[in-house]
Design a protein around this ligand. Structure first.
Ligand SMILES: Nc1ncnc2c1ncn2[C@@H]1O[C@H](COP(=O)(O)OP(=O)(O)OP(=O)(O)O)[C@@H](O)[C@H]1O
Length: 259
């Protein structure tokens, strides 16, 4: 069964249909990428799925439940978390504290228990700290836990953001341009990490301009152009699709669908 189902999703800004009638599904452990030229509607689609924009039409289902237009924190509780195109890292905080910030988003205790530093809260803090350390190991940043986040390389910051999203224990992770601004080595580290996360059963929905990465890791690709889905399929099928090639060539993009 699909974990995420998007059906007939659409939104208009003024007179512009930024996303129009887009449908697709993502199963556990799948890596589904959304590609398309600049302005095709990829981020807007992500914003509707992750509750930042309320869709004008259509529906989003998570595990069979209609979650259309629900707030991001509600979706996070239900197993959907995301990263952003622009890094949302607290540069002044340590690497470990950045991941702990992700845990605190799901804290449930009453505020007075925290203030009184009750044993139950201290126990929870220890569990969160151990969990955050395990996540840092998973994204290969365990050696840097005490460093200020601002001192990390760009590729490491991208992985730190993924670690923080993982603190919410997602069933599906939306990654908005995880390799943007990364060099070849950093991109390869992101590649391994995403593949490993999918291997552990997490569904991945990816927006990414690095076509080599997309073609290498995706199980399925959705292609948008001017807000519409113009093609979908496995990497080989999509990269040969004349409509896809025309959309990229027409937009004069640096990246090409075929690689
Ligand atoms: N908040 C907004 N208000 C008005 N128009 C918007 C808004 N957000 C996006 N748009 C427009 O919607 C269209 C789709 O934009 P979007 O950012 O989703 O594209 P994209 O595929 O993510 O582009 P890129 O690859 O450059 O990030 C564009 O024409 C954009 O100008």
């Amino acid at each position: 069964m699909s974990l995420l189902e998007v059906s007939g999703l659409g939104i208009a800004f003024g007179g512009l249909m930024a996303v129009n009638d887009v449908s697709f599904a993502v199963k556990p452990g799948e890596i589904v990428s959304v590609i398309g030229p600049n302005g095709a509607g990829k981020t807007t689609l992500f914003n509707m799925i992750s509750g930042i924009y309320r869709p004008g039409r259509g529906a989003v289902r998570l595990n069979g439940e209609d979650v259309t237009g629900e707030a991001p924190h509600r979706l996070a509780e239900k197993g959907l978390s995301r990263t952003f195109q622009n890094l949302q890292i607290f540069q002044e905080m340590t690497v470990l504290d950045n991941v702990l910030a992700g845990y605190h988003l799901q804290e449930r205790g009453p505020i007075w228990a925290d203030l009184l530093s009750l044993p139950s809260m201290r126990r929870r803090a220890t569990i969160a700290r151990d969990g955050a350390r395990a996540l840092l190991e998973r994204v290969r940043l365990d050696k840097t836990e005490g460093q200020q986040a601002g001192s990390l390389s760009y590729g490491s910051l991208k992985r730190l953001e993924i670690a923080r999203a993982l603190a919410l224990n997602p069933k599906i992770l939306l990654l908005d341009e995880p390799a943007a601004g990364c060099n070849a080595v950093e991109t390869e580290e992101i590649d391994h990490l995403i593949t490993e996360l999918a291997g552990s059963g997490i569904a991945i929905l990816l927006v990414e301009h690095d076509m080599k990465l997309v073609m290498r890791i995706s199980s399925h690709i959705i292609v948008l152009d001017h807000g519409e889905k113009i093609a979908e399929g496995d990497p080989a099928t999509v990269s040969r699709d004349p409509q896809v090639i025309a959309a990229y060539l027409g937009a004069g993009q640096e990246e090409e669908a075929e690689c």
